[in-house]
Design a protein around this ligand. Structure first.
Ligand code: C5P
Length: 314
C-alpha cells in the first residue's frame, strides 16, 4: 500500500521513581506507564520524491529535523536503505490531538507511529522487539509507545515488562494550554535538588529495580484493584514541577478535592490527571472543575485506559 494511517495513543505515568544518574547522562528510572485513548492520528503517504516531509495540524509543532517523527523516518531510511531507495520519500501528516509539551509522550508516540507505519509500508516484517530497539535510539518513551498498554519501564525507560490493563478505568486530564514543561529541565532541576538521595553506583541502582516489580502498585494492577491503584500513584518529578508552577499545584488540589481514586502529575508535567471508576464520574468531575477553576486557558479531557499502543486505522 502507498498510504497508511495510524492511531498514536498518549501515555500517563502511574509511577515514576528516579533512582540515580547513569553513565550516559540520563537517569535510571522505575516507572509504570499506561496508554490512554487520547491519541494523535499519523498519516503516511508515499510522495514520489526522495524527501520526508512533516505536516502538523498544530502550529507549535516543528516540522524540521527537531521533530521526532521526522527523525524516526530518517532512521528507517538509513537502516533500510534498499526499501527507501526503491520506494522513496513519504509525507507524514500528524493530526495532533495530544497536547504538546504536556508529559503525555505526544512526540514520542508520533515517532513510534512512523516506525510502525514505515515497517508496514515498506513490508519489512519487523518484530516488536526489533521495532523497540529502533525506538530506543529516538527517545526513552518511544519503545513503550510502540507496544503501549500497561508496562513496567526501567533503565532509561526502555526496558519493558508488560502488565495487565485495568479496563474500564477513566481518566480526567487537565492542562493549562499556555504552559508546557521541558523534560530536560525537569530532570536537571531534580538532579540539582535531590542528587544527594541518588543511588550512586550502577549495582545499587540495578538492585532497586526489582522493587517496582514486586511493589504494591504492581500487585494492585495485577489484582485490578482500582482503589489501591489510585492511592499508590507516585511521581518524583512533582517535587520540582509543582513548586515551580503554582497553577498546576492548585489544579491538582482541586482535582483531589473532588475525591477521585487518585490524582497525579504525568511524566515531567504539567498535565495532571485523576482516576475515576465511571465515565459519568469523569464527566461530572470535569463540569465541577470548570466551575471551581473558571479559566479559558485550562483544557480538560475525559479519556480511559487502553491496552494497546500504535494501531493501524482501517
Ligand atoms: O529520552 P528523551 O529524549 O525523551 O529525554 C528527554 C530528556 O529527559 C533527556 O535529555 C534527559 O535530560 C531527561 N531524561 C533523563 N533520564 C531519563 C529520560 C529522560 O534524564 N531516563
Amino acid at each position: 500500500m502507498h498510504s497508511y494511517s495510524l492511531l498514536a495513543p498518549a501515555k500517563i505515568n502511574l509511577y515514576l521513581q528516579i533512582l540515580g544518574d547513569r553513565a550516559d547522562g540520563y537517569h535510571e528510572l522505575s516507572m509504570i506507564l499506561q496508554s490512554i485513548e487520547l491519541a494523535d492520528q499519523v498519516h503516511l503517504r508515499a510522495n514520489g520524491t526522495t524527501e520526508f516531509r512533516v505536516h502538523c495540524t498544530h502550529a507549535e509543532v516543528p516540522t524540521d529535523q527537531s521533530n521526532l517523527a521526522y527523525r524516526a523516518a530518517i532512521l528507517m531510511a538509513t537502516e533500510f536503505a534498499d526499501a527507501y531507495n526503491t520506494l522513496g520519500g513519504v509525507d507524514i501528516v500528524i493530526d495532533k490531538r495530544i497536547p504538546v509539551g504536556a508529559g503525555l509522550a505526544g512526540g514520542s508516540t508520533d515517532a513510534a507511529a512512523v516506525l510502525v507505519g514505515l515497517d508496514l509500508m515498506w513490508n519489512l516484517g519487523l518484530t516488536q522487539v526489533e521495532l523497540q530497539e529502533l525506538a530506543e535510539r529516538l527517545g526513552s518513551d518511544v519503545p513503550f509507545c510502540v507496544s503501549g498498554g500497561t508496562a513496567i519501564a526501567t533503565g532509561r525507560g526502555e526496558k519493558l515488562a508488560p502488565l495487565p490493563t485495568i479496563e474500564p478505568l477513566y481518566v480526567l486530564l487537565g492542562k493549562y494550554r499556555s504552559l508546557s514543561v521541558s523534560t530536560a529541565w525537569a530532570y536537571q532541576t531534580y538532579r540539582k535538588q535531590f542528587q544527594h538521595t541518588y543511588f550512586s553506583d550502577a549495582d545499587r541502582q540495578a538492585g532497586k529495580r526489582p522493587d517496582v516489580h514486586s511493589g504494591s502498585l504492581v500487585s494492585a494492577v495485577n489484582q485490578r484493584h482500582r482503589t489501591q491503584v489510585g492511592t499508590l500513584l507516585h511521581n518524583d518529578l512533582e517535587k520540582v514541577v509543582l513548586p515551580a508552577h503554582s497553577q498546576v499545584e492548585h489544579l491538582r488540589q482541586a482535582m483531589q478535592a473532588l475525591q477521585p481514586l487518585g490524582t497525579m502529575m504525568s511524566g515531567s508535567g504539567p498535565t495532571v490527571f485523576a482516576l475515576v471508576e465511571t465515565l459519568e464520574q469523569a464527566n461530572a468531575m470535569r463540569s465541577q472543575l470548570q466551575q471551581t477553576l473558571p479559566d479559558s486557558d485550562l483544557e480538560l479531557w475525559v479519556t480511559q485506559f487502553i491496552a494497546h499502543g500504535i494501531q493501524p486505522i482501517n
